[in-house]
Design a protein around this ligand. Structure first.
Ligand SMILES: *[C@@H]1O[C@H](CO)[C@@H](O)[C@H](O)[C@H]1NC(C)=O
Length: 258
């Protein structure tokens, strides 16, 4: 489905809205920078490759690690969307390696969101030590809305129900690898079908995953305009996405009919 959606990046902490028509990656940049050719850069780039190789060689498509001696230690996490292939995960990891410096003008702490993976690279390890979440979040939303004739309140309820059901499924059984896809099938003009994914980093418990995702569901409509037709919240512990078009591969794991 090659639909091109314009996304707007909201950096909640700074109350800043950045339209990013140019596309991936959507980045959240921290303070503090490193020099080109520095030990930190070398450690970061090598870690990005290690994370790529690690995530793409495992079924969970997830990897964490650190590289380098203090004070140039870099900590990282790479999580690929649960429905993609190992080779697609490898490619997304390569994009992280390619973009990690330029996306944030060599900021030491970067969160990079792609359609097919999420990466965090930092000089601090608190985002890995936190096993509860949600941690620092990158929020994205579509620049288009559901049709003006649609029942916005009903749409919001339907999105919330789908997100909650998809989140519950992802955290419901370890065999699902903390990932779920969902579809809502309805007859409402303006939003007959809704699609969602929910995912957690594989180094937190099922209970923490459920709590992390429930937290994202709870803040969804405080974060986004009520009529927006697609949005995402991505963090190092859990991620949630809703769209009015299919964006994941395979049959939905959760189907809501109403
Ligand atoms: C979408 O809806 C918002 C109000 O929530 C409005 O400000 C915006 O202009 C609309 N965008 C488009 C593309 O119609």
């Amino acid at each position: 489905m090659a639909r091109c959606t314009l996304l707007v990046l909201l950096v909640a902490a700074v109350a800043l809205v950045v339209p990013l028509a140019a596309g991936q990656p959507w980045a959240t940049c921290g303070d503090g920078t490193y020099e080109q050719g520095s030990a930190y850069e070398n450690n970061l780039l090598n870690l990005a490759l290690t994370l790529r190789d690690g995530a793409s060689s495992q079924e969970i498509l997830f990897s964490t690690g650190s590289n380098g001696a203090a004070p140039n230690t870099v900590y990282g996490l790479l999580l690929c969307r649960g429905d993609i292939s190992r080779s697609a995960c490898y490619d997304c990891g390569t994009s992280v390696w390619r973009d990690a410096g330029s996306a944030c003008r060599r900021a030491k702490d970067v969160a990079l969101v792609y359609n097919e993976c999420y990466a965090r690279l930092s000089d601090k390890d608190d985002f890995l030590a936190d096993k509860v979440g949600p941690g620092q979040l990158t929020t994205l939303m579509s620049s288009t809305n559901i049709s003006s004739g649609a029942d916005v309140a009903a749409y919001d309820r339907a999105v919330t129900r789908l997100l909650a059901a998809t989140a519950e499924y992802a955290a419901g059984d370890i065999s699902r690898k903390l990932f779920a896809t969902g579809q809502r099938v309805g007859a409402d003009p303006g939003f007959p079908n809704l699609y969602a994914t929910a995912q957690c980093a594989f180094d937190i418990t099922l209970e923490a995953c459920r709590g992390c995702l429930e937290g994202l569901v709870a803040r969804w409509w405080d974060t986004f305009p009520a009529n927006v037709d697609g949005a995402r919240i991505a963090g190092p512990r859990c991620l949630l996405r809703s769209e009015v078009y299919p964006f994941y591969t395979g049959a939905p794991m959760v189907v809501l009919r109403e």
